[in-house]
Design a binder for this molecule. Structure first.
Ligand SMILES: [Ca+2]
Length: 190
């Protein structure tokens, strides 16, 4: 049986490369997370809130990843992990994940900058949320941007009740590694 299996693998590889005489390879890695900021209220270092505050200020979360120097992207997945909750943030829904150009480093201006694209995201419970951001990271690459950045926020900035209503997401320095945001990219290697 083993020789037959090997033959099939070679055949599949030949078919897969039929559109190009040049072989390509893919490699999977998690691009290093470099910046996570909570825009608006002060936040603890382990988590960042998305929602509102006791003073009725909106809290948004911006994540930014270095994609400089990698080959053509074929797949990209953003993972954010909701680790805690306060009040009733669902009342501020829908939640959107905006693709933004945060430049070299995310800052307060990224709270209100015009999104490149915005998409409503189904609210998840506690635990990891994954989003297919392939086309967005490819767009960054096509535009020559060296970072991919995303802004997580509710479309209703506050419910005005003078109480915190927020989801808390793991930050880039969360002591639990699996709680940190990641951008996993598969790209071609020449
Ligand atoms: Ca509130």
């Amino acid at each position: 049986m083993r020789p037959i299996s090997i033959l099939l693998l070679v055949l599949l590889a030949s078919c897969g490369g039929s559109s190009s005489p040049k072989a390509t390879f893919t490699e999977r890695r998690a691009v290093a997370f470099e910046a996570g900021i909570s825009v608006g209220p002060a936040a603890g270092s382990d988590t960042h809130p998305v929602g509102d505050t006791p003073t009725d200020i909106s809290a948004v979360y911006v994540v930014s990843f270095d994609i400089d120097g990698i080959g053509p992207v074929v797949d990209a997945t953003l993972q954010l992990t909701r680790v805690a909750n306060s009040g009733a943030p669902e009342g501020l829904a829908p939640l959107v994940v905006d693709h933004i150009d945060a430049g070299a480093a995310a800052d307060v201006g990224d709270k209100t900058s015009v999104a490149l694209t915005a998409a409503a995201h189904t609210l998840g419970g506690l635990g990891p949320w994954t989003l297919d951001v392939t086309s967005l990271v490819q767009a960054d690459q096509g535009a020559g941007r060296v970072r991919s950045a995303f802004r997580v926020q509710f479309t209703t900035t506050t419910d005005g009740d003078g109480m915190t209503d927020a989801m808390f997401f793991g930050s880039a320095v969360n002591p639990t590694l699996t709680h940190r945001p990641t951008l996993e990219v598969t790209y071609e290697v020449p």
